[in-house]
Design a protein around this ligand. Sequence first.
Ligand code: MG
Length: 179
Amino acid sequence: MSKTKNQPRRKTEKGRNSKPLTRIGYGWDSHEFETSIPLKLGGVSLPHSHGLGGHSDGDVLLHALTDALLGAIAAPDIGSLFPSSDPRWKGTDSSVFLREALKRVRAAGYAVSSVDATLILLAPRIGPHAEKIRQRVAELLDLPPDRIGLKAKTPEGLKTDNAAIAHAVVLIERRSTAA
Ligand code: MG
């Protein structure tokens, strides 16, 4: 193959390897309700008869958001970075996981643009606490609250009344200084 023929191919490969302007990430998690433990959702303590079990504080929303951030940069997931077999993470405030994921997103040359999440649980009702949760998630991600979408639904027909489920998507944008 001649040099001339190779030149356009190199250009194409260079373009393919540069950082995309935007990337999306998706995360999902579920935890089971247990008696006599505190309930934390989105970094906020909520009054309820049950809390969410798990090795950390069981914050299903922050776990889904953490995986969404990590997924956006194709990093290892939350279970790989913070394995439940490691006693260091026992009872850990899940904001630690989210902040680490945010740090990795920034180190990869991106900034979080917005997030959107859905909680699925029978109780407690999220509506009265939604603004507080949005504020806290915004604070953890250094974003204004109007970049944080949060919906809550009940698990009709899913037979998951004793669990809380969270789905989250995130959009990240390449920082102007990034190559
Ligand atoms: Mg989890």
